[in-house]
Ligand binder design. Structure first.
Ligand code: PEP
Ligand code: MG
Length: 570
């Protein structure tokens, strides 16, 4: 038996046989062909192309059905590459004139394409290199008759083990049998982690090379909470984990029963629990877990999983799909929050010494107003199809808030003059995730409809602790009283002005903080969908009076340690 440890990024226990995805380097024969073999090579090429296109078409349909329109772009551009006459001419030329065998011709054509795309001025084309490589490897594999659909004909539960998972991989999986992921690389925000959480299957990522201690078909257990992996475990461990799995499933079933129940304390205080989403693909999980709305739609995924800045129409479709999908429940769309640790594949950000303190989020939008206006127009247009609210990230000054509202008004005027419908009373709020906004909350609230506290950033900025730096991760603690006092100040400021405050940082889904936040008066909690039932249960089992007392006592304590201890005991 081997034990491995990675990062648990999607909770729960999964057991099953390893489905190892190994993407090996292919050996391409270099021999030349005879004149009378040409026809046969061309026929093989046509067949491999046709098969590749059919596979991609299938992925497009499957992705559209299961994940929504915003995820199909990658596959559509791959289909375009296969249909590109340049690809055809290049391969045929090598077979006809240079007497290359098909595989050699494809390899040479791939290298030429990659070189052309890499040398292009336009970022958009340079960033399509990954798609070019993916497409050629698909055609080459088909020409070699290698089955690339690892997920076809599964008949038992499997845990997918891989270096990392691409959108093509996850799009082709059959989740009746794929019960977990374990990957060599990745972190909480990598594609595999986000997918696992939205599919609610356990996942462990960032295990390192040791992950290959698992052999295909080995029996493994993964613990998505602790990040532990057991390869071919002893009977004792299997039994122990069977019990854990049963209690996890039982707890899930209890929580599922809460789905239809209101989020209300014993003494009648109603609270709103919402989901954080990255796109339409997350709606199913949000609704299944009883979300009463979307408290944070992170629109950056629409930009990150793309090959160019998304057009107004592309965005409009994505926002409309979410607004309609929530069936009249409100959706808070956050404007582009890129930069910091979030790059775009088609845009080169200048290297900065401190990217989290640099050119990110709203700062980019206010410099590149054409990008910002495209998004605002798309959000406004979608507001005619559901209950949409807009929210701005990273605000530090009233000048910024006034400027964004001015730009929004410009967009509204444009749409009016174009006779395009939108919700004229659309509410606009701001994230409070900088110390500047937290301290000046009483002034900001006069010029905005609501607050949503971004504790992920607020914690890093108040404590001067990089949220992604493992070396200082022990210092990164939202229970630090300095952060809690900011939170209290923000909520009080909004209430004094007759307005409301939500929270969309991870802290809103932290079980131990639920009563504290409730007692501080937080009006809306927005979190990963899987945390909703847990927080709902905590709120339903207490009274608002009790929670207020807990908050009051906790805020009198002077260290995070004291506060955490007090909350654990109460
Ligand atoms: C936050 O900072 O708390 C937040 C919700 O935004 P993000 O994690 O996307 O920065
Ligand atoms: Mg943030």
């Amino acid at each position: 038996m081997h034990n491995l440890k990675g990062i648990g990024v999607s909770p729960g226990i999964a057991m099953g046989n390893v489905l190892l995805i190994e993407k090996k380097e292919l050996i391409i024969p270099t021999n030349l062909i005879e004149e009378n073999d040409i026809l046969q090579e061309i026929e093989k090429f046509e067949k491999a192309k046709k098969e590749s296109l059919a596979q991609i078409e299938k992925l497009i349909i499957k992705t559209r059905e299961s994940m929504g329109e915003d995820k199909v772009g990658i596959f559509e551009s791959q289909a375009e590459i296969i249909n590109d006459p340049m690809l055809n001419d290049s391969v045929l030329g090598k077979i006809n004139s240079e007497k290359n065998n098909l595989l050699l011709a494809l390899e040479k054509a791939r290298d030429e394409f990659v070189m052309i795309f890499e040398s292009m001025e336009d970022e958009y084309f340079r960033e399509r290199v990954a798609d070019v490589k993916d497409v050629f490897s698909r055609i080459i594999n088909n020409a070699l008759g290698i089955n690339q659909n690892y997920f076809e004909n599964l008949s038992k539960n499997v845990i997918v083990v891989a270096n990392d998972l691409t959108p093509s991989d996850t799009a082709s999986m059959d989740f009746n049998f794929v019960v977990g992921f374990a990957t060599e690389i990745g972190g909480r925000t990598s594609h595999s982690s986000i997918m696992a959480r939205s599919l609610e299957i356990p996942a462990v990522v960032g295990v390192g090379k040791d992950i290959y201690n698992c052999k295909h078909d080995d029996f493994i257990i993964i613990d998505g909470n602790s990040g532990e992996i057991f390869i071919n475990p002893e009977e004792k461990i299997i039994n122990e984990y069977k019990i854990k799995l049963d209690s996890f499933l039982a707890e899930k079933a209890i929580l599922a029963e809460l789905k239809e129940l209101k989020v209300v304390t014993k003494d009648g205080k109603e609270i709103e629990l919402c989901a954080n989403i990255g796109g339409a693909a997350d709606l199913k999980g949000a609704l299944n877990n009883g979300a009463e709305g979307v408290g944070l739609f992170r629109t950056e995924f629409l930009y990150m999983n793309n090959t160019k800045f998304p057009t107004e129409d592309e965005q409009f479709q994505a926002y409309k799909e979410v607004a309609e999908g929530m069936g009249g429940k409100h959706v808070i769309i956050r404007t582009l929050d890129i930069g910091g640790d979030k790059d775009l594949p088609y845009y080169e950000f200048e290297k900065e010494m401190n990217p989290f303190l640099g050119w990110r989020a709203l700062r980019i939008c206010l410099d590149k107003t054409e990008i910002f206006k495209t998004q605002l127009r798309a959000v406004l247009r979608a507001s005619a199809f559901g209950k949409i609210r807009i929210m701005y990230p990273m605000i530090i000054s009233l000048e910024e808030l006034r400027k964004v509202n001015e730009i929004l008004e410009e967009c509204k005027a444009e749409l009016k003059s174009e006779n395009i419908d939108f919700d004229e009373n659309i509410e606009t709020g701001m994230m409070v995730e900088t110390p500047a906004a937290a301290i000046m909350a009483d002034l900001f609230i006069r010029e905005t409809d609501f607050f949503s506290i971004g504790t992920n950033d607020l914690t890093q900025y108040v404590l001067a602790v990089d949220r992604g730096n493992e070396k200082v991760s022990k210092l990164y603690n939202t229970f630090n009283p300095a952060v809690l006092k900011c939170i209290k100040n923000i909520i009080d400021a909004s209430h004094n002005a007759g307005k409301w405050t939500g929270m969309c940082g991870e802290f809103a889904g932290e079980k131990r903080a639920a009563l504290l936040l409730l007692g501080m008066g937080l009006d809306e909690f927005s979190m990963s969908a899987i945390s909703i039932p847990v927080i709902k249960k905590a709120i339903r089992e207490t009274s608002f009076e009790k929670a207020k007392e807990i908050a009051e006592n906790a805020l009198k304590l002077s260290t995070a340690e004291e506060i955490e201890k007090y909350l654990d005991e109460n």
